[in-house]
Design a binder for this molecule. Sequence first.
Ligand code: NAI
Ligand code: MG
Length: 501
Amino acid sequence: MKLADLPLKVKVKIPTGREYEQPTGLFINNEFVYPKQKKTFDVISPTNEESITSVYEALEEDVDIAVEAANAAYPRWSTSPPAVRAKVLYKLADLIDENADLLAEIETFDNGKSLMNSKGDVALTAAYFRSCAGWCDKILGNLINTGATHLNYTQRVPLVCGQIIPWNFPILMLSWKLGPVLASGSTTVLKSAESTPLSALYVGKLLVEAGMPKGVVNIISGFGNPAGAAIASHPKLEKVAFTGSTAVGRKIMKAAAESNLKKVTLELGGKSPNIVFNDADIDRTIQNLVMAIFYNSGEVCCAGSRVLIQSGVYDEVLAKFKKAAESIKVGNPFDPETFMGAQASEIQLSKILNYIESGKGQGAKILTGGQRCQGKGFFLQPTIFTDVKDDMKIVKEEIFGPVVSIIKFDTVEEAIALANNTEYGLAAGIHTSNINQAIHVSNKINAGTVWINTYNDFNPMVPFGGFHSSGIGREMGEEVFHEYTQCKAVRIKLSLPGTKL
Ligand code: NAI
Ligand code: MG
């Protein structure tokens, strides 16, 4: 696309036949605007490898403009009555519901994930905004008693934020970022991922309809470099929240440290263990193993990518898991029966295929899958590796695709040691019918989330985030509001009649 040829709204036809108007500009001060240099980039559909549209790209100077908007909106929004903010969030949740089918189709077209998965994401998005609406008037300080001579209280002061989201759950990750901003009275500049910018821009349009004052949320499309890096190092942002790779997470933290020591939250990668004990309900467990690694085509930070199976049920679980993997419907993501759509980009597909080659090269055995699917689009078979060793790359590194390693163990202590043998600590799964065993193992595992007899099971009230190299800080629940506010302590010296100083 030539510079400046692209209108600020384009008609897009989704393969379902639906046509809609897609905003393409930067969403700043409640308007879609051209970036200064009017650069654009292509948005590719992973399903047919063709361009859906182009969108405008934010460069450093555009980030500055968006940051100005967020700062200008801060004084009024941060002191607005909570009910005003709740009203915007409730309305936004309703608008997400009303546009659920369209948003799910946009997401599937842009990301390649199955419509079944996109519909789930959109429902969770509405649910999270609605949950945040209820938090607006519950972000409380404390009254601290230090005796009659003083009155002390704390306040939670909102922040001017920058937020950078990934491409695996574009709209859902946007909701995890924007919900607490809107509820706490913070303001933000949010950058979508360069491979999936479409749903975020559409939400910009809905934010205006929801009655959000201008400048509170600004949404820009752009690359990690320069736009993401400009956010991380911006002197006029007080916080940066990032979801993505551990490698980029380190860069964000460094940029934050070297600029203005802004507050940092990071939600990064994982290599989560999913443990099956001899006494597990096997059929339910198989469903959980499938959800854990093949949901969203395996492009899930907390994917259960290391399955540890106790020796007594090893053969049975392996046979049933193989059968379940082979019966997964992979392909056209718009088919309502499809469980696994395409991988989100060619880069991601080739990264996963390289890991599969590395696994084979290091001596692991493929039980099923391992191949790219025939034809157009970035489709891959669900893949299970056995005969793996601790030091293999496929066991240590995050693959971020539908590829799982199976490891056999005998004792509970062995399972705990294997589970913790990772630099990450995002999530873990435990499958057992013995509650004491479940809690014992859960207590010993180093991870931000432990799922027992379930997996990839989220709720807006339950916090999510990582130990160790999986990140810093928590999203959702009450916890997130500590990340989107800072504490101010006020101590007042009193002179009350009859009080001794
Ligand atoms: P990435 O970490 O490069 O991208 C995530 C976001 O960070 C995007 O919005 C990107 O534009 C931005 N970004 C990239 N470089 C940046 C920089 N220097 N400063 C500021 N922002 C920057 O992830 P990528 O390259 O797309 O995927 C690579 C791997 O990362 C995946 O294979 C997967 O293992 C992991 N990943 C993990 C995610 C998670 O949810 N934990 C999500 C996406 C990727
Ligand atoms: Mg990248």
